[in-house]
Design a protein around this ligand. Structure first.
Ligand code: LLP
Length: 421
């Protein structure tokens, strides 16, 4: 459920008409609903109410400081994968004790900054990383809590580019090597083994792969404890999918996901950590765009928008589907015709949808891409020198610009022409 609904014939974000935001901020623009963010975060908390837990929001899904402040204020921890994300979490007011640091390529500098600033745990992804983290921590006189990310070799049944739990993926250490790696971790200075970490992929729409992976995690937990490791936390990763086609998809709910966790690892007396990203922010955001032209082509018509692949890359990158809806509501049964929805960027990949049935839309009319709150703005670029897309947060009847659109001058102002040119 989200808070983007038609009222008096116009699509609203909570109580704010999207047309008002478009008029005042311009398009393209991302618009998020605070009520939806709050609701989705709370669903995960309720799903784990049976156990001590921490919901560590995956910052990569949407890292705007206002979004992080809102979630942090609700008690969220954060899962970060870079020094930049760590700095964002801290800047949003999240204490280090609630931040976990994941990722296959942490640099010494990133490690040192997180240790200095405070960290709940590093999720270590390889033996070389273990050795370097030990060195960095020991040199700082610190003892840092770690979990080792274990790759369970489970097929997450999702898009190949976002599956992470198979042995051919670059993530984690093979589960068969886990005992050796934990033994090594226990010997190294500067490290304190506290948990096990897994993340098998993103946009999972089936609970079976989770059940399989978490079953392996439970077995491993018992084995590691028998080896003498004090495993007190299990980080289950993120990945629970969302419906991208309204009315046609019903992925499992957080509550059902929480049940799978309970059934697989619930008897181990561990604190449970989860790292949901998309499920919290995905359906809490839309990308609002205006029609520039309707171009009649040969055998197909093109609806050319002022949003492009640089603003929302998911369709070009993963063939992802986003529902596209007119902001001005059409009466039921209004005539529709197939169009290709495209942006102004100069490549054919800049296509959001082909042959989608939409009502007649005039130049200047507004459309909204649904389910665009996750991996939308964070993956945007200025390709074709299109200024970075702004972001707006709505709460009830008020809204705020939480990232302004740079002016053309600001965009150019970041470049430097050396004086020898
Ligand atoms: N934890 C780790 C270690 C991750 O790598 C990820 C996502 C998450 C948590 C959060 O997963 P989520 O709950 O959001 O599915 N750009 C792609 C998605 C990439 C996901 C990468 N890792 C997309 O637009 O679909």
């Amino acid at each position: 459920m989200d808070h983007f609904t038609y009222r008096d014939g116009a699509l609203n974000a909570e109580e704010v008409p999207l047309a008002r935001i478009a008029a005042e901020v311009g398009t393209p623009v991302y618009v998020y609903s605070a009520a939806t963010l709050t609701r989705h975060f709370n669903l995960f908390r309720e799903a784990l109410a049976w156990t001590p837990h921490l919901v560590c929001y995956a910052v990569k899904a949407n890292s705007n400081l206002a979004v992080l402040r809102l979630l942090g204020g609700l008690g969220a921890g954060m899962d970060v994968v870079s020094g930049g994300e760590y700095a964002r979490a801290v800047a949003a007011g999240v204490p280090g004790e609630r931040i976990v640091f994941s990722g296959v390529g942490k640099t010494r500098d990133e490690m040192a900054r997180a240790i200095a600033g405070g960290i709940r745990q590093f999720n270590v992804e390889s033996e070389p990383e273990l050795a370097v983290l030990s060195e960095v921590a020991a040199a700082m006189g610190a003892e840092v809590p770690i979990a080792v990310r274990v790759n369970p070799d489970v097929d997450a049944r999702t898009h190949a580019k976002i599956a992470t739990g198979k042995s051919e993926n670059k993530f984690g250490i093979p589960i068969a090597r886990a005992r050796e790696v934990y033994a090594q971790a226990a010997r190294l200075p500067g490290l304190r083994v506290v948990g096990i970490d897994m993340h098998i992929g993103s946009q999972l729409t089936d609970l079976a792969p989770y059940r399989q992976a978490y079953g392996k995690m439970a077995d491993l937990c018992r084995v590691l404890r028998a080896d003498g490791h004090a495993i007190s936390r299990l980080d289950m990763g993120g990945g629970l999918g969302i419906p991208y086609r309204r009315g046609n998809e019903a992925p499992p709910l957080p509550l059902e996901y929480g049940q799978v966790i309970r059934e697989t690892v619930g008897d181990l007396d561990c604190e449970i950590e989860i790292e949901p990203g998309r499920n919290i922010v995905g359906n809490a955001g839309v990308l609002l765009a205006s029609v520039i032209f309707l171009k009649r082509g040969e055998g197909r018509d093109f609806l050319i928008l002022d949003a492009a692949m640089n603003d929302l890359i998911r369709p070009a990158m993963y063939d992802a589907h986003h529902d596209i809806v007119p902001v001005a509501e059409r009466p039921p049964g209004a005539a529709v015709a197939p169009v290709d929805v495209v942006g102004p960027v100069c490549e054919s990949g800049d296509t959001f949808a082909r042959g989608v049935e939409l009502p007649g839309l005039e130049a200047g009319e507004l459309v909204a891409f649904r389910s665009a709150g996750a991996y939308g703005a964070v993956m945007a670029s200025e390709y074709n020198s299109r200024p970075l897309v702004p972001e707006v947060l709505v709460s009830g009847d008020r809204y705020a610009v939480i990232r302004a659109r740079p002016t053309i001058e600001e965009m150019l102002g970041r470049d430097r022409i050396p004086d020898w040119l």
